[in-house]
Unconditional design. Structure first.
Length: 341
C-alpha cells in the first residue's frame, strides 16, 4: 500500500451566513469518526424538542436508506445532536440527509457525503491543513481541498481564530457555528469527513494551556459538536486514534493538559500531560507490534527547533521532546511520520 498525503494550507473567510429562518438547523452538518463499517454526524438544531434522524444511503437520492436512532434536540446541549450508524460496507460512498419531525429535509446545506475506510492494503488520499479563519475573503483553499475529494480531511489545529476563553458553552458553540455556516468551509465539511484536533486559537486563545479557565467548557463543547473518534485518555484530554487500511493515525491534544509555555523546562514541564503521554506511548508500541507500516502522529505545534528557542512549539518543551525521541529510539519505532500544524 502507498498512502498519499495531500498538503493544503487553510486560509480564511468572509462574514458568516446565518441559517435561513425556514431551516430547522442553526449550522452543520459534518461527519467523522469514520471506520470501515460506521460513521458519525453532528448537526446543530435551531430549537429544542425537534425529533431528528440521520438518513444514510449509497444513493444520492437517499433511497433504500439506513437510519440512525431518533434524537431529540435539547437545550442542555445547545440543541446540538450527534448520530452514529453501524453496519456500513467498507470502501463505499455514502450520502446523507436528516429527517426532522418525520420529514426528510431537502435543503442542500443539510445534505452531505462520506466514504467508509478500506480494510487492509489500499491506496487512498487524505488532506491535512491548519490555521483557518472564516473572516477574511479568500476561501479558495477549502474549495481546492474539496475538489480533490480526499478520503479524509485532517484539521491539525486552529479551526478558527475566535480566541475564546469562557465558561459559557454558548460561546464555544457559536464558534463552531461560525465555521459551519461559512459557505466554502461548510461545503468542505459536508463533502469530506473530518478528524480534528484543536490548537490554541480554537481552544482558549493564543498560547493557552491547561490552566485556562475555559478548559473544561471547551472540552465539553468539543465533545458535543465534533464528530470525533473515541476519547480514551483518563484526564479528559482529547487524544484519539484510528485506522485507515494499514495506517494508524494518532491525534494528540497539546493544549488542555499542557504546562504554561513560560514554565522552567525540566522533567515536570509537559506539552501532553501525564495521562495522555502514557496513552500516546502505548499507542506507538501497539502500532509497532501490530505491524502497521505507517503511523501518522498529528501534532498541532511544530516539532523542529533548537531547544529553548522560538515560541509556542516543542522547542520550549525540549526536555519532554527528548524523552519522546528517546522512547522512539529505544523501542525501535521506525514507522512514524509527524504532521504538524
Amino acid at each position: 500500500m502507498k498512502p498519499f498525503l495531500l498538503v493544503a494550507l487553510c486560509v480564511a473567510a468572509p462574514s458568516l451566513l446565518h441559517a435561513q429562518a425556514s431551516s430547522p438547523f442553526a449550522s452543520g452538518p459534518w461527519s467523522g469518526n469514520i471506520t470501515a463499517t460506521s460513521a458519525t454526524a453532528v448537526i446543530h438544531g435551531s430549537a429544542p424538542a425537534l425529533s431528528v434522524r440521520w438518513v444514510v444511503s449509497e444513493r444520492v437520492d437517499l433511497s433504500s436508506p439506513l437510519y440512525s436512532p431518533t434524537v431529540q434536540t435539547s437545550a442542555a446541549t445547545g440543541n446540538v445532536t450527534k448520530f452514529e450508524i453501524q453496519g456500513l460496507r467498507p470502501a463505499t460512498d455514502y450520502y446523507y440527509g436528516f429527517e426532522v419531525n418525520g420529514t426528510l429535509r431537502s435543503e442542500s446545506t443539510s445534505r452531505g457525503r462520506f466514504r467508509t475506510f478500506p480494510l487492509g492494503a489500499a491506496s487512498f488520499k487524505i488532506a491535512f491543513a491548519s490555521c483557518g479563519d472564516y473572516r477574511p475573503a479568500d476561501q479558495s483553499a477549502y474549495a481546492a481541498i474539496l475538489a480533490e475529494q480526499p478520503l479524509l480531511f485532517l484539521n491539525t489545529g486552529d479551526l478558527h481564530y475566535s480566541d475564546t476563553n469562557s465558561t459559557n458553552p454558548a460561546d464555544y458553540r457559536n464558534n463552531y457555528d461560525g465555521v459551519l455556516t461559512q459557505p466554502t468551509q461548510a461545503a468542505l465539511y459536508r463533502g469530506v469527513p473530518v478528524a480534528y484536533m484543536w490548537d490554541d486559537h480554537d481552544y482558549c486563545g493564543n498560547d493557552s494551556d491547561g490552566a485556562s479557565s475555559g478548559r473544561d467548557t471547551a472540552r465539553q463543547v468539543y465533545g458535543e459538536f465534533v464528530p470525533h473518534y473515541p476519547l480514551p485518555v483518563a484526564d479528559g484530554s482529547l487524544g484519539q486514534a484510528f485506522t485507515i487500511g494499514r495506517v494508524r493515525v494518532i491525534l494528540t491534544d497539546l493544549r488542555s493538559a499542557s504546562s504554561p509555555l513560560t514554565s522552567v523546562d525540566n522533567a515536570a514541564k509537559t506539552h501532553l500531560g501525564a495521562a495522555q503521554k502514557t496513552w500516546f506511548k502505548q499507542e506507538l508500541i501497539t502500532a509497532r507490534d501490530a505491524g502497521f507500516p505507517l503511523s501518522l502522529w498529528i501534532s498541532p505545534t511544530p516539532w523542529i527547533g533548537a531547544a529553548g528557542t522560538g515560541v509556542d512549539a516543542w522547542s520550549v518543551y525540549a526536555t519532554e521532546r527528548r524523552e519522546l525521541a528517546n522512547f522512539l529510539k529505544t523501542n525501535l519505532i521506525k514507522n512514524v511520520v509527524l504532521l504538524c500544524g
